[in-house]
Design a protein around this ligand. Sequence first.
Ligand SMILES: NC(=O)c1ccc[n+]([C@@H]2O[C@H](COP(=O)([O-])OP(=O)(O)OC[C@H]3O[C@@H](n4cnc5c(N)ncnc54)[C@H](O)[C@@H]3O)[C@@H](O)[C@H]2O)c1
Ligand SMILES: [Zn+2]
Length: 663
Amino acid sequence: MNARDRIQELADRIVVLRDAYYRGSPQVADAEYDEVEDELRGLIEANPDLAPDPNPLEQVGAPTVLHAPVRHSRPMLSLEKATKPEQVTAFFARFPGQPVVVMPKLDGLSLALVYENGRLARAVTRGDGTTGDDVTPLVKALTDGVPARVDAPGRVEVRGEAVMLRSTFAAYNAAHPDKPLINPRNAAAGTLRAKDPATVSERRQQFFAFDLTTEPDAAETDLHVALTTLGFAVADMRHCDDAEAAQEVISAIEAQRNDLDYDLDGAVLRLADRTAYAAAGTRSNSPRGALAFKFAAEEKTTVLADVVWDVGKTGKIAPVAWLEPVFVGGTTVTRATLANQEVIRARGIRIGDTVLVRRAGDVIPFVAGVLDAAQRTGAEREIVPPSECPSCAQPLTEQGNSRELFCTNVACPAQTVRRLIHWASRAAADIEAVGGVWIERLAEAGILENPSDFYTLTKERLLEFDRIGEVSATRMIESIDTSRQVGLRRALIGLAIPMASEGTAARLCRSGFGSLEDVLDAGVDGLVEVEDIGPKVAASLVEHLTRLRPELERLRERGVSLDVREEDLPPVVAAGAPLEGKTVVITGAISDPRSGEKVARPTFQRLCEKAGATAASSVSASTDMLITGEGVGAAKLTKAEKFEVEVVDQGVIWQQLIAAGIA
Ligand SMILES: NC(=O)c1ccc[n+]([C@@H]2O[C@H](COP(=O)([O-])OP(=O)(O)OC[C@H]3O[C@@H](n4cnc5c(N)ncnc54)[C@H](O)[C@@H]3O)[C@@H](O)[C@H]2O)c1
Ligand SMILES: [Zn+2]
């Protein structure tokens, strides 16, 4: 195909894809759409005289049907994209001496809020950039972070992004397994298209501001200060004086990406000074004073090649999607979860479909749904749940609203292997040297069936197997030996009792149970006394521990400790302990100043708890102190500054711990 035809083809495709996307039913993932734009941009750059007219790359959004059209005071534009550090350097070089704010590029939809003499007059969507939709009632009813009044005269226009928080999204999907939302962005856009706020009342959104214009011109020229003074939330804006600092903040935002409560697809750089930003002007479809740095995509489409029903350690039979390999969220994904049969039904997924796969950080990849059912060829197959266990062929039972399938055969071979692997896992007995493949082989050979069987293994027995040498056999036996110190909390985790979480195990230890046998002897009545342990969890504990009693006896006989360990007990805090009543966050690498040796974070945390502190994982308004070790990330410090949290070097804390006889 010649360049002219290809250009036209790509331009037409962009129009079609945008139209579908802005109507709320995208046909492809963003990353794939961006590839089409990139190819067109490249071709036009190489053949400027072949630029299509109109050129979709110079347009914004899509001309959709507007219910209540409102013309914007100035166009709402797209952003110039960058993917390489050199482009960040070039941006700074264009504006010598100008400070820049760097902030997350939120993945929601942009809104313009217009205030007249202090009152919110209207909220308008971006639309095609020139004209948007008036969505004031929906925004007033459903969007947090949009003050009804601001303390400013004349006309104030605040632009920003309305997002559905991940927590809201997850809660909504948990409450509506029959009609799940595909992703937070789509959910936010769909919400603002609703005719009646009452029908979408559980789909709340949060507004984060990133742009401000005032008439008459306000005195405050710093964007960040001006927005926060007016009472708007901004998503973590940080000032940077040079490209190097900006690049650091960009990396920090990307590193934090999974811990935040909103989706983001990049970082935005923008001149911090409002006057300078306005003076920089615009191109056909983007402001000159801003740049978007794009991150790797967390969503891609791929073909669902098959669905395999996998037997878990508690007998749950879960559908696993086998995918054509797809690079998403930083790795190549070939497997993803499909949750349960209700989710499959609600999302209308079939084998052979092109599905949207989402992988954010260390979250297990999952199939979010089918983007474009119109692409089906007719060769797709229904996903049929099994009626019997794929491992032991026993009939299955269904449980709960989502109709999860269970094999209740305790002798099920697949479950046996899963339970053994679970016993050996890090959170439980931590038999590091015996991997899953070995456990499977030993189980197949009939040597391993219950956790207690690990403790009868000998080096000689292991050496009978092919492909095992003296060294690894010794390591395996040593690792098993060490795991005899597993103790109450981790043994309980390792036994994989349905409904008993890691938290349950920790709470039982802290509330005074001395051993696994004590837990069993307490009975349901004794267990529900423990904070946060309900009757269902208590009943499950008693039922399964009763069943496991012979196994507990075998473990004991073979020298495995099922008693509570000191580290799992509530710390004894002396009156006047140095950190009494303080909520602390620990960050950076910790080392003992006396020996210079590295100290694991949980160990140091435990010392702080003995000194009376409560440890939290992230800095918030309720944090009293940020304890810093080596190599502290800028993100934590900025947050501490924001919440006015005292920052204390580990050295100071060590001195207090040593003086109090705790360390
Ligand atoms: N899947 C599809 O078929 C399809 C089709 C069309 C567009 N898209 C996607 O939509 C997006 C396209 O472009 P666009 O031009 O609307 O957006 P863009 O990526 O150019 O970014 C501009 C938008 O970013 C948002 N934004 C978020 N945080 C911001 C901040 N801190 N400062 C400034 N703006 C901020 C604003 O809403 C603004 O309108 C891309 O992500 C593209 O992949 C997807
Ligand atoms: Zn089975």
